[in-house]
Each structure stands twice: as structure tokens, then as C-alpha cells.
Design a protein around this ligand. Structure first.
Ligand SMILES: Nc1ncnc2c1ncn2[C@@H]1O[C@H](COP(=O)(O)OP(=O)(O)OP(=O)(O)O)[C@@H](O)[C@H]1O
Length: 553
């Protein structure tokens, strides 16, 4: 309770206000209760009057109920019928259901049987796959064996070739080109494939298969030491020439000669697509590649040998010096004639022979010489060579005291090895020995049929000389293969120039170029025949070409 009198007064005032508020709320509650009581009383009254009304209505409805009995009866009968229908429906549904169940069970057993069958199939498939894998493996093994056998056979064949005289024939089939289309020939124009009648069966076999209406059908195979298909690159072809350069530096004469009809790819193979240079490295022909490889080998094996080059062409059976640029005769258009080494007629000058110190220097000279080479567009080839081109690279190497006649390739990175030969007797003291070897790179003019090439006038004379010199070449090879006592080298300037390589002791590679086209099939058969005859030549083993510093070869 508060302590002071004023505090007491405040307390009671507050208390009085509270009580007044309570009284007020009780009054409000009382009024609300009053109204509720009145509402309840009102509801009781309403219920009473409703009950009275209901009792009165029940008395009125008795007759109505009685009138509704028949309808109720009908309704009951309808319900009964409905129940019976329902029962029937149930029974028929049951029958259907059983039928469906039987069908389902049959399906299930069919599926089970199929699954079982599939499992068996899968097992059989697995067994087949296992067999296929075994067969694949044995195929791989057989292939590897075949490769090894081929390699062995090639080595044996190489040894045989060395023994028979180092003359190899490689055949290159060029791709089909637009120039192979025969004017007006619907077949070859519409289908390049049908016009392709020459193909490489494997890397040693060429197949010629041709059925032309009105001509006897041809189906013939030819074997060579190596066959290049149309897709084989310049570098692949050079890969087989490359080892010969090692032999050259070991003192062996080497000759690589491209033979084939006009437009068959000889210049492409030997020089590249543009003989004037500027081609991409991958297109480079054998001449630039051989020159680069030669100087690469030289740089790896010091001391450097002396290298000289001469470039001549045989044109209309005249030997023309293509390096004699300074000659007024050449600049004025007439060409200077020279003679083959060993020719009895001494009145003609030997070809210009230039010393070179690098591959680029040598190639510059060759390209310069090529600008003077005789060329002419013909109906068969728009840039046809009308002369035989002979690039001769002479390499003179000083031989060490223990280097007399080693097996080919000794001391070099790679080589085409011949069988070992007995050592030569030692040179007298004080005489340094030199190996002087020549590399002849020959791009022959193409054989051609005057009627087909459309040659007339001077061009016809060129064609005639080309064909005559190629016939002379075939005669020489024929005489060599038959071991005739007389070999007609002097029937043509070409064979005379190549005498050392053809009948001598050089390592000789003939690159036989052929067109795959049906249009050229007759010339192709002639070329393949030439290659086959060349393979029959046996010349004896290649020998190194040593000479004393003072003496001649
Ligand atoms: N392997 C090849 N791949 C692509 N094109 C080639 C191939 N061989 C030759 N050719 C093309 O075929 C055409 C004829 O080739 P090439 O000039 O070498 O013939 P050729 O035998 O030297 O003819 P000719 O004896 O008349 O001079 C050229 O356009 C050349 O580029």
C-alpha cells in the first residue's frame, strides 16, 4: 500500500476508474446476453411452429405414399434385372479374361522362346567373333610373313640383278590426265575410269586390261623390279634412286634413264613438272633431288671430291652441247655439235664440262641448258621434248690406301650393295689413286606415232629421228640380252653416247613411264615390251672406276 496521504488519494482514484470500467463492461455483457436470450426464445418459437406444420403435413402425405408403391415395385424389378444383367456381364467378362490370359501366356512363352533363341544367337555370334579375331590375327601374321618373304625375295633379286649386271627396270604409271581424252570419244570423256586400262596390281606387277570394240581384247601382266602406281609421289620414286648415289661416291658409274612414249611422264619424273624450275619441293624430279642428295652425301664425307657437269642433247642424231652458252653459234640459234667420248672422229669438240661446288650451282647450269633444249607442242603433248637429254655429273674422289675395291657402300650411310669382290693389288708407293665415276641422268624423247602426234615438216623429221634412235636403243639391248658378238652401239648417237652405261659396268636403272589411258595402249604395250627386254640383259657385275692421278680411266 502507498505510504503518503496524496499517494493514497491517487491509488483510490485509479481503483475507482478501474471499477467503473468493469461496471461498464458488465453492462455491455448484460445487454449482449439479453439479446442472445431473445434470439433463443425466437428460435424456440419457430421450431415449435415448424413441428406443428410437420405434424399436419404427415397426415396429408399418407395417400401420396400409397400411390407410389407400384412405381417402387417397378423400380425394384428394374434393379433386379439390372443385377441379373450385371451377373451375365460378369460371367462373359470372366470368359473373355480367361481367353486373354491364355493368349498372354502363349505370348509370354513365345517371347521366352525368342529370348532363349537370341541368347543362343548371341553365343553363336560371340563364337563367330572369336573365330574372326583368330582369322584376323593369322591374316596379320601371314601378311607379316608375306612382307618378310617379299623383302627377302627382293634382297635375293637385288643380289641376282647385281650378278646379272646391275640393270633394273622400274615402271611408273602416271595418273589419267585431260590430254588422255580422245576427241569425240564419249566413253573416255564421260568416264575416266573406263579409259584407264593400265594399273599396278602390286609393287612389282603391271596389268593391261582392255576390251575395245573392234580390237582383240588384251589381258596381260608384266613384271618389273618395281612398279609405281599413279598415286606414288616423286619422293617415293627417288627413294629407289637414292642408294645409287652412294654407289656413285664409291666409284661406280650410274645411269638413270627415263623411257616411254611421248606424254608418258618422263620429263616429269626426271626434272619435275616445270623443267624451268620454280616447282614446289614435293614435285621435284630425280635430277634436282639427286644433285641435292649428292652434295649432302659429299658434305657428310670429307674430303670433298671434284664435281663437274655437262648437259647435252641428242637432236636429230646430232649431239648438242647445251652448256656452250658462250658459243656464238648457240646464241644465234644454231647448235654446236660435239662428240661422244671415245669417238674416232676427233674434229668435233668434247662437251663443255663445268666444275661446280654446290647443288644450286649445278642446278643453275642444268636449268640454263634446258632453256636451249628442243621442244615442240604436238597433238599428244603440248610441251613435247624433241631431243634426248643427257645430264652427266662426273665425281672424282681421292681413294684412301685401304679403300681399294671395298664392298659397295662401305663407309656410306646407305647403298645398293653388291657381293664382296676380291681385293685389288695395292698401288705402287707414291701414286695416289682416284675414283672417277659418272652419273648419267637421261630424259629420252618420247616414242610417237606421227599420225597421232600430227607432226609434219621439220617436226616429222624430228619424230623420225626420235623413233630411229629409240629403235637403235632397243637393238642394242636385244644384242646384249642375246649375248651377240657385235652390239650395234654406233647405229645411233644416242646409243654411242650411252655405250659405257648400256654395255659397260655401270649400275643402270631404266624408268619406264607409261600412260594408263586406253588411247595410248598400243604405245604402252610397246614400252612394256621394251622394259621386259631390258630386264633380260645380263652384263656382269658392276665395277668401280679407279684411275691413277696421271693415268686415264
Ligand atoms: N606422275 C605424274 N603426276 C602428275 N602429272 C604427271 C605425272 N607424270 C606426268 N604428268 C603430267 O603429264 C604431262 C606429260 O608429262 P611429261 O612432260 O613428263 O611427258 P614426257 O614423257 O616427257 O613427254 P615427251 O616425251 O613428249 O617430252 C605433263 O603435263 C606432266 O605434268
Amino acid at each position: 500500500m502507498p505510504a503518503g496521504g496524496s499517494l493514497w488519494g491517487g491509488f483510490w482514484e485509479q481503483r475507482a476508474r478501474q471499477l467503473q470500467r468493469q461496471v461498464q463492461s458488465f453492462k455491455t455483457l448484460n445487454v449482449a446476453l439479453f439479446f442472445s436470450v431473445q434470439q433463443y426464445q425466437e428460435r424456440i418459437r419457430e421450431n415449435r411452429s415448424e413441428a406443428t406444420r410437420s405434424l399436419a403435413g404427415d397426415g396429408r402425405q399418407q395417400p401420396l405414399r400409397r400411390s407410389r408403391y407400384p412405381a417402387l415395385n417397378q423400380l425394384c424389378q428394374g434393379v433386379r434385372r439390372l443385377k441379373e444383367d450385371l451377373k451375365e456381364f460378369h460371367a462373359s467378362s470372366l470368359v473373355l479374361l480367361r481367353g486373354y490370359q491364355a493368349e498372354w501366356e502363349a505370348c509370354v512363352s513365345e517371347v521366352a522362346a525368342a529370348v532363349g533363341g537370341m541368347r543362343l544367337d548371341a553365343e553363336a555370334l560371340q563364337a563367330c567373333q572369336a573365330t574372326a579375331a583368330r582369322l584376323e590375327q593369322s591374316l596379320q601374321e601371314s601378311r607379316a610373313r608375306l612382307r618378310a618373304e617379299r623383302q627377302r625375295r627382293r634382297l635375293l633379286h637385288n643380289a641376282l640383278v647385281e650378278l646379272r649386271g646391275n640393270l633394273r627396270v622400274h615402271c611408273r604409271i602416271r595418273p589419267l590426265l585431260p590430254l588422255d581424252n580422245e576427241p569425240g570419244d564419249a566413253v573416255s570423256q564421260s568416264s575416266a575410269v573406263s579409259a584407264e586400262v593400265v594399273r599396278a596390281v602390286d609393287d612389282e606387277t603391271v596389268l593391261v586390261k582392255c576390251n575395245r570394240p573392234g580390237h582383240p581384247s588384251i589381258n596381260k601382266t608384266y613384271n618389273f623390279d618395281r612398279v609405281y602406281g599413279p598415286a606414288e609421289s616423286q619422293s617415293v620414286v627417288f627413294g629407289d634412286v637414292c642408294p645409287l648415289l652412294t654407289s656413285l661416291l664409291d666409284g661406280y658409274n650410274v645411269c638413270v634413264m627415263a623411257y616411254g612414249q611421248t606424254g608418258s611422264g618422263k620429263s616429269y619424273t626426271m626434272l619435275g613438272p616445270h623443267s624451268k624450275g620454280g616447282e614446289s619441293h614435293s614435285d621435284m624430279g630425280i635430277v634436282p633431288r639427286a644433285v641435292e642428295e649428292l652434295f649432302r652425301l659429299i658434305s657428310e664425307n670429307p674430303p670433298s671430291p671434284e664435281v663437274e657437269v655437262s648437259v647435252v642433247e641428242v637432236y636429230n642424231n646430232d649431239i648438242v652441247d647445251l652448256l656452250a652458252k658462250d658459243s656464238p653459234a648457240v646464241t644465234s640459234g644454231a647448235k654446236r655439235e660435239v662428240t661422244a667420248a671415245g669417238d674416232a672422229r676427233k674434229e668435233a669438240a668434247p662437251p663443255t664440262c663445268k666444275a661446280v661446288g654446290s647443288a644450286s650451282e649445278l642446278l643453275r647450269l642444268v636449268r640454263g641448258g634446258l632453256q636451249h633444249r628442243a621442244r615442240l607442242p604436238t597433238l599428244v603433248h603440248e610441251d613435247s621434248s624433241r631431243s634426248h637429254l643427257i645430264v652427266t655429273v662426273t665425281v672424282t674422289t681421292a681413294l684412301g690406301p685401304d679403300s681399294a675395291d671395298p664392298p659397295t657402300g662401305a663407309g656410306r650411310k646407305s647403298s645398293v650393295c653388291g657381293p664382296a669382290r676380291p681385293p685389288r693389288p695395292p698401288e705402287p708407293a707414291g701414286r695416289a689413286e682416284q675414283a672417277c665415276a659418272t652419273l648419267q641422268l637421261v630424259d629420252l624423247a618420247g616414242s610417237e606415232c606421227a599420225g597421232v602426234s600430227g607432226a609434219t615438216g621439220p617436226a616429222l623429221r624430228e619424230t623420225s629421228w626420235i623413233n630411229r634412235s629409240l629403235a637403235a636403243l632397243a637393238d642394242v639391248l636385244g644384242a646384249l640380252s642375246e649375248h651377240r658378238g657385235h652390239v650395234p652401239y654406233r647405229n645411233s648417237r644416242l646409243t654411242h653416247l650411252l655405250q659405257d652405261s648400256l654395255g659397260g659396268d655401270a649400275k643402270f636403272l631404266v624408268l619406264l613411264c607409261v600412260s594408263p589411258s586406253q588411247k595410248h595402249v598400243a604405245q604402252t604395250l610397246q614400252g612394256l615390251g621394251f622394259g621386259t627386254r631390258a630386264r633380260q640383259v645380263e652384263r656382269g657385275q658392276a665395277r668401280r672406276r679407279p684411275r691413277s692421278r696421271t693415268g686415264a680411266v
